[in-house]
Design a protein around this ligand. Sequence first.
Ligand SMILES: CC(C)(COP(=O)(O)OP(=O)(O)OC[C@H]1O[C@@H](n2cnc3c(N)ncnc32)[C@H](O)[C@@H]1OP(=O)(O)O)[C@@H](O)C(=O)NCCC(=O)NCCS
Length: 410
Amino acid sequence: MDAYILDAVRTPRARAKPGKGALSGLHPQELLAQTLQQLPKRTQVDVSDVDDVLIGCVSQLEEQGANIARQAVLVAGWPITVPALSLNRFCGSGLQALSLAAMGVASGAQRLVVAGGVEQMSRLGLGADGGGTDGNNLRLRERLFQVPQGISADLIATLEGFTREELDAFGLRSQQFAVRAQAEGRFNKSLFPVKNPDTGEVLLAADDSPRADTSLQKLGALAASFTQTGAQPAGPNGETLDALALRAFPRAREVRHLHTAGTSSGITDGAGAILVASGEYVKAHGLKPRARVRAVSAVGSDPVLMLTGPAPASLKALKAAGLTPRDVDLWEINEAFAAVVLQTARALEIDLERVNVNGGAIALGHPLGATGSMLVGSALDELERRGGSLAVVTLCTSGGQAVAAVLERV
Ligand SMILES: CC(C)(COP(=O)(O)OP(=O)(O)OC[C@H]1O[C@@H](n2cnc3c(N)ncnc32)[C@H](O)[C@@H]1OP(=O)(O)O)[C@@H](O)C(=O)NCCC(=O)NCCS
């Protein structure tokens, strides 16, 4: 694709509980506006050239409603001529924004596009839009019962035969890698400190979720997070969510509840933004891009298992680029749950050595609509650090979908 990434920035990810967390006092438009403002500062592009601003956000209501992308452009003080679109492909939204931006500039329809994402989960938490897993359409539900993600993750772990110990070991790895990355400043290039817009005081300068004191022993002592959810009666005849999951996958025989707070992605606030340009724009302005978007993809996968799309999405994008998993130097597979990464790596037959080498959402958190755009910056920073060439970023999403992008350092 004739699509280039000029730069990628992100906020730190802040631990979020309803109404609590280092960034919880900030309006989501303000968080996104600060993120957008970083791009012209860092790249010296003229923002009046921006053809569109595409922003992923899952809970688009209340403060994140009213097309948050457009409101943030206005908050940022960008010219009123810069349009903006908010989009939702659940947890894949931030990467979907990059896909659309790359398609836009590669097609020749656009020259300069901002892609990004935002989610303030402390203010609008999981499921805030009230749509549940299926928009509460009982006719669809009768035909296809989509269970909550934690049940899907435990079902995948059961079907794949992963043990609690294997998941915990992955959770520990995520923490250790994230802590090492912070100590070595590996996130510094993308990160910028978020400030109180009234006082200028720094609210947060670094991700505050990683737990340096995590151990296998501590992880092993955590209670499974989705046992009670699985036991909830939800079907028309009082079937539990576990029973409904098993109706779709009887060969599992049971849903083993294995994921805990230590092996699931954390609830956080954050935003990310990426500046994408056409080859023609790069040339005309003598710019030095950081990477080229080689290919992008989206796939649908089983909606009950829900989280197994990253392998086919990655293969689809790699095939479009004429590549195979073996060609990839670095993988960012969103750590929605430990089993997602382990299942994806197994399906792709790739070694974990090149996967999420600086930790992931288990340690750092997962501000839903923002994470995809944040992972792009993390992948580019790490490719540059280690002198690698190709990275794949991929995320599973609710509803049984996934998105992927193949990036090449230039
Ligand atoms: C799994 C989940 C329910 C856990 O929620 P929670 O119980 O509120 O989790 P917390 O992260 O606050 O952790 C609770 C406690 O577990 C312990 N804990 C968590 N992670 C730990 C770790 N790595 N090591 C040791 N203890 C840990 C701590 O005691 C912690 O309490 P503290 O923060 O006061 O120290 C929630 O994180 C979740 O729903 N994640 C998935 C989100 C999701 O579905 N996203 C969309 C799809 S990808």
